[in-house]
Design a protein around this ligand. Sequence first.
Ligand SMILES: [Fe+2]
Ligand SMILES: [Fe+2]
Length: 354
Amino acid sequence: MQRRRFLQGTGLLAAGQILPISLVELAFAEAGQNFAFAYISDSHIQHIKGSQFVRNWDRGLIRAVAETNLLSPKPDFIVFGGDLAQLGSKEELDHGAEMLSALKGKVHHVMGEHDYYLDLGEYWSRLFGPHYYSFDHKGVHFVVLNSILTDDDWIYRRWPTPQQRMAEMAGLDNPNGSPFMVGEKQRQWLKDDLAKLDRTTPLVVFSHSPLQKIYKGWNFWTEDAEEVQNLLKDFRKVTVLYGHVHQIQYNRIGAISFNSVMATAWPWPYPTAYAQAGEVHLPKLTVPMNRADPFFERDATGWQFIDMASGNVDLHYTLYENRSRVVRFNPQTGQPEDSVYQTESARMAPQNHY
Ligand SMILES: [Fe+2]
Ligand SMILES: [Fe+2]
C-alpha cells in the first residue's frame, strides 16, 4: 500500500520533467517497515564574484529542493551526496547551505572532493557536522563515509597553496590529481561500527566516490575499495549509493549492490561511450563533453527511483527528453540488468562523434 502511494507521488513528479533528485524506497524484509528517503547530489555551486554564482548550478539545486519538498509520502530524511561547492569556498558552501536550508526534513551530508580540498573540510564541518558517521533508521543501519581522502604527501607537501591543491583535485582528468581513499583510520572506525551489528541487519553505505574501481584516470575510483568491500561482504543485504560520477552506473560485487545517483549540475559522458576505449572501459577525455546530444546541457540528468525491496536493487531512471530505463535485479543470473539494453544486439552503438 505504501509503495503504491509512493509511486503515485513519483508519477506526479514525472510531469515536471527535469527532476534532479533520487528517490530511495527501502523495504527490507527484516526491517519490516517500508520507508523512503530522497537523495540529491553534485550541485557544484560555483562562485563568480561578489554575490554572483553560476546560475544553472543554482537552478539545479533549487529545483531539487523544491521537488523533494513536494514528495508524497514525505521522505523520512534527505541525503546530500557531496560536491555541494565547486571550489570549496566559504561563499559557495554558505550559498549552497542556504538553498538546502529550505528542505523540510533532516539532511545527512556526504563529503565531496570539491567541498574538501580547499580547507580539508573545516568550514564544511562547521556547517554540516562530522565527515563520517553512522545512524540507524527503522531497522536499517546507515553509514556515511568520507571516501575522497588521499595521501598525506599529496595533501600537505605537494602544493604551494590550498587554492592550487583544490584546483588540481577539481579537474576530472588532471594527471596531477591523486587517487581517492577511505584510509586506514576510517576503515578501523567502520570495522568497529559494524562489529556491533548482526550480519542480517540491512546495511546502506553512502560514499562520494564509488567504493569500487571503475576508471582511475577520472578518479571514478577508490584506492582501498576492496578493503572496504571486505568489511561489508559478510552482511546479507548491502547497498552502496554514491554521487561523484554524474551518470548512471550500477554493479554488483558478491552481495553488495552499487548504484550511482545523478547530479543536479551537469552530466559526465554516458557509460555507452566507454565502448570506444575497449578494455579500459572509458575513453580518454579529449574534450569535456561527449554526449548523445552535446547541445543539450541537461542530457542524461534526471531522476531515479530505487527500490531496495528484498535487499536487491531495482532502479527506475527517468531521463529528461530520453526514453526511461529500468535496471532490475534478475534472480536467475544474480545480477542487475538493463531491461532494454542488456543484450548485446540491443545496446546503443558506441558514440564516435564529439
Ligand atoms: Fe561532482
Ligand atoms: Fe566529486
